[in-house]
Design a protein around this ligand. Structure first.
Ligand code: SF4
Ligand code: SF4
Length: 471
């Protein structure tokens, strides 16, 4: 049995003040009896206000676990918990406030979130939430994969694969076997934000190296302190900048190039130039605009080894839309790309990396079921550090106060924890679906249920027009 891929998680609290779901407040009628300090095992309540050890300090809301014990035990009814208004304002139509709680928790302990009170949310929603995986293979505890009682591989292969092998009359193989790279988890890191502090940048890179996956970076962010992680870095540049970065390209395993229409013709020459520098795979990064599948097909036919299709961070295609042309959802963009390549019989000759709206662990297998080979994430890496995202009136990221002073070790471990939790959930989904290799998830739409389709099938005949979920 191949060695099991394991992610070492470790409880790593974030010692920063960041917004939480509930605000806990102590009223004026507190008599400083200290009972709450004794009943709260999470040390939310401490003495020491204004340097006076007799007075109670402000509660540390972020470490509260919402058990309500202190509220029940306070002899004066001085403690109050309420939903934080700022918390409810976070995100927008796609990034829901509860997603932040889940991601914060996963980054803290690396565990699969479990709700003891059962799931009380909706069963469908926009984007990937309108898609369910077929769990009909649950014939054993789904955690067998996580605990190693059965082997489930989450690794995927990057690069061109041959459709078939060709031999001469003497049995000598004529086909040239292409270089491919195994990634143990179908997730790479995309660089989330232009102006990150040096500690966050280093933490993301070190987490990618620890997980043995990749991080996509601009050459200007590849500073001497991260040179030891070059085999996990994918530099992203214009093809026009290749000559200015020859040494950098020689030191990596994959180089990413920004898409340019010219490349549909010049790509073979560009790839040849890169291959002369070493055994390096070429990735083309293309925005997921309307009909992106046509450009992807041309790139694949011209030798692209990996194509990174980048959708909007809200899980929709990129570009101007209006009431008559609502945006395509990410999952429909991936399906269009995958089916186009299948129809033209070149699907196995290229790897499709997809990003945009991958916000939760379950979005990874869902994107793969729609046709991606693997996914890239960016914003969840920042949310792991207590960052807030607002969609309206425009995309705004608000960092937790003091994030610039976090140690690289803490940042790295929180990102590793996040991926540990996502990896466990991927194993659960695959175990329940009866799929033992992540690469077999690709394009398996027969193993998924799409809300709009069953809604139309079931109720369309009764009500003529089916109600669909829109953004
Ligand atoms: S238990 Fe109530 S009264 Fe006593 S210190 Fe805590 S908040 Fe104040
Ligand atoms: S609700 Fe529970 S976890 Fe939160 S402060 Fe009170 S006792 Fe501590």
């Amino acid at each position: 049995m191949p060695k099991k891929y394991h992610i070492d998680t470790k409880v790593t609290p974030l010692e920063l003040e960041y917004i939480h779901k509930f605000r806990i407040e102590r009223g004026e009628n507190c008599i400083n009896c200290g009972r709450c300090t004794k009943v709260c095992i999470y040390e939310v309540h401490k003495r020491g206000r204004d340097g006076d050890s007799r007075k109670m300090a402000l509660p540390s809301t972020v470490t509260c676990r919402n058990c309500f014990r202190c509220i029940q035990e306070c002899p004066r009814g001085a403690l109050e918990k309420s939903l934080d208004g700022d918390f409810l304002n976070m995100g927008g139509s796609y990034w829901k406030p509860d997603m932040f709680i889940t991601l914060w928790k996963q980054a803290e302990d690396g565990k699969v979130p479990v709700s003891g009170a059962g799931y009380r949310g909706p069963f469908t929603g926009p984007g990937f939430d309108g898609m369910w995986t077929d769990m009909s293979e649950i014939v054993r505890p789904t955690r067998d994969g996580i605990h190693g009682r059965e082997y489930i591989s989450t690794s995927v292969e990057l690069g061109r694969k041959l459709n078939h092998l060709v031999f001469d009359e003497n049995g000598k193989m004529l086909s040239e076997v292409q270089n491919t790279i195994d990634v143990p988890i179908p997730i790479v890191f995309d660089f989330p934000y232009e102006e990150l502090g040096a500690n966050i940048r280093a933490g993301i890179i070190k987490a990618a190296a620890k997980l043995n996956t990749f991080v996509i970076l601009s050459p200007k962010d590849i500073t001497p302190d991260v040179k030891g992680e070059m085999k996990n870095i994918i530099p992203l540049m214009s093809y026009k900048d290749i000559d200015a970065n020859l040494d950098l390209i020689r030191s990596v395993r994959i180089v990413a190039l920004e898409y340019d229409e010219e490349m549909e013709k010049t790509l073979p020459a560009i790839i040849e130039k890169i291959k002369k520098l070493g055994s390096i795979l070429t990735m083309v990064r293309i925005p997921a605009t309307r009909s992106v599948e046509d450009a992807v097909l041309k790139l694949a036919q011209n030798g692209a080894e990996i194509i990174h299709v980048v959708a909007d961070y809200r899980g929709i295609e990129i570009g101007t839309v209006d009431a008559e042309n609502p945006p395509l959802l990410s999952r429909d963009v991936i399906r269009a790309v995958h089916l186009k390549l299948v129809d033209e019989r070149v699907r196995d000759e290229v790897s499709i990396l997809f990003s945009g709206g991958i916000a939760m662990a379950e979005h990874v297998p869902k994107a793969m079921i729609c046709g991606a080979d693997l996914t890239a994430i960016d914003i969840p890496l920042l949310i792991a550090l207590g960052t807030r995202l607002y969609e309206e009136p425009e995309k705004i990221l608000v960092f937790a106060e003091g994030v610039e002073s976090l140690s690289v070790g803490t940042i790295t471990q929180r990102m590793v924890n996040l991926m540990g939790a996502w990896h466990s959930q991927l194993l659960e989904v695959m175990g329940a679906m009866g799929i033992r290799e992540a690469r077999r998830l690709r394009g398996e739409t027969g193993r998924a249920i799409f809300y709009e389709e069953i809604d139309a099938d079931t109720f369309g005949k009764l009500f003529k027009k089916s109600e669909t979920v829109s953004l």
